[in-house]
Design a protein around this ligand. Sequence first.
Ligand code: B12
Ligand code: SF4
Length: 480
Amino acid sequence: MTKKEKLTVVLFNPMPVKHQVAIVNKKTTSLQVPLVNVPLSLLAIARMVRDDFDVRIINAVVDTNYEELILDACKDALCFAVSSMTCYQIRNGMNVSAAVKERYPDMPVIWGGYHPSTQVEQTLQDPNIDIVVIGQGELTFKEVVGRLAKEQSLEGAPGVSYKDKYSGCIITNLPRGFTDLNEFPPIPYDMVDVEAHIKGYKFGERCLDYYISQGCAAGCSFCSEPIFCGRKWTGLEPETVVSELEHLAKTYNIDTFMIRDSDFFINGSKVKELCNLLIAKNLGIRMTSVNGRMEQLYRMDDEVWALARKAGVREVFIGVESGYQDALDAMNKGAKVSQSKICVEQCIKHDIDARASFMVGIPGLDTGEEIRHTFEAIHDMISVYGEQDHLEHMDILLSFFTPYPHTPLYQTAVECGLPPLETLGDWGDFDQVDFKAPWMSQEYYDLVIKFRDGMPWNSGCDFAQWCEFYSGIMDEFGRV
Ligand code: B12
Ligand code: SF4
């Protein structure tokens, strides 16, 4: 069949935030959070249907006239599909789905990704959404699109929830488990304008998003991942990763890969195998933002750290989360506050930069104690680097606890005064950026923002200035 004869499938990645704000790391000049990201979610499902359908991918982050492009692409299309996390993507996706339905009332609208997967019924209660693909999307999406093309019902298709055409009732089929990533074709980067998605980041000018695994074995009680993946994990074989990285590096002249896994270091022997293969290949590439759980990195052998560095790992992303043990316990982190010190020592020893995330505002705790301990932990970490004049080798993302659907801490948050979020629109309009919980006083909230703005990579200050600032803010904290 020629491209023209194929039915069209339109895929959309909405805007994650309402207004893009570029926050520059003043110690390294790269962005704290890159604004442009490869729509890996859409590419992952597109690879399963590209042979049989004419797939159009529209990414709101790079296609500024996305609504016009979508309405145009949807003319005579088989279906319109949206990916969404729990953030502004919901509102943006809802608005565009409504516009599509208005113009093409019979067009099936499919949603997938973390939000719809963890909040299925509410998503389908939206009048403009017909089908939700729950969890890993590859096989389910292929089946849904195949059935739509043959005008077959979705009855019994695993991993699908849908509105019955006649009764309007929501029908949820049995779940579909995680399939081994090695069974899928490679991520088809050629389906997007790769050049538009390459970014500068810390160690290189040409950084591209890539992922090696899907899922996470941990069960943190604030996070959507355990609900999404059921604590399952699947990863590509090391040989596959090396050949894909080589291909991407050569084809697109990539010097750095931003690794988008949730649980990269889960399997020590696979990590070693991958590192040894990368070292043997000597591709000259770097890997950044490599996600490591604190309790894993704390236990990781020196040998693996050294191999990782030699293989090109230049930065690890550590979910330290808190300096307050009660908070780590409430988060079900399975980690100890003291472990972060060892992780940092290992990073320094092996010349791997540390990017640590912290959050405050966990419901049901003494918020003052939580903030104080967390400020102290952050100061300790800054001091280790500051005393060696190495502030550019670390950074910290400090955020506020944000509730996610069906997580245990969402329930605690509601018990602590969070008004329940009862519709898809409620989640779409809920401000995820710097969420101010009802149990967090305005004074504490303002102080956290001030502390964050004063951190060296946000303010540009040197270590001596930081120490002075820190002492002042702790005095202020004592007066609240
Ligand atoms: C890259 C990334 C981003 C990028 C943007 C990605 C994008 N889509 O544009 C950026 C940096 C902008 C981002 C932002 C945020 N992110 Co983010 N992000 C990720 C990360 C690291 C990788 C996502 C990815 O590409 N994975 C690879 C693809 C292949 O997997 P996938 O997205 O799950 O897609 C599969 C399925 O979900 C499904 N699927 C997905 N979409 C669709 C669509 C259809 C139609 C179908 C059928 C199937 C389907 O099929 C795919 C293949 O199996 C994940 C963690 C992770 N490892 O996944 C977190 C993650 C998705 N982010 C998360 C969060 C919370 C956020 C923020 C909301 C955090 C915040 N409060 O600031 C922000 C958004 C607001 C903001 N401040 O920007 C959470 C999601 C939780 C949730 N309930 O939504 C995750 C899981 C991290 C975590 N463990 O907490 N993020
Ligand atoms: S380790 Fe990270 S991805 Fe895994 S459950 Fe905890 S916060 Fe989520």
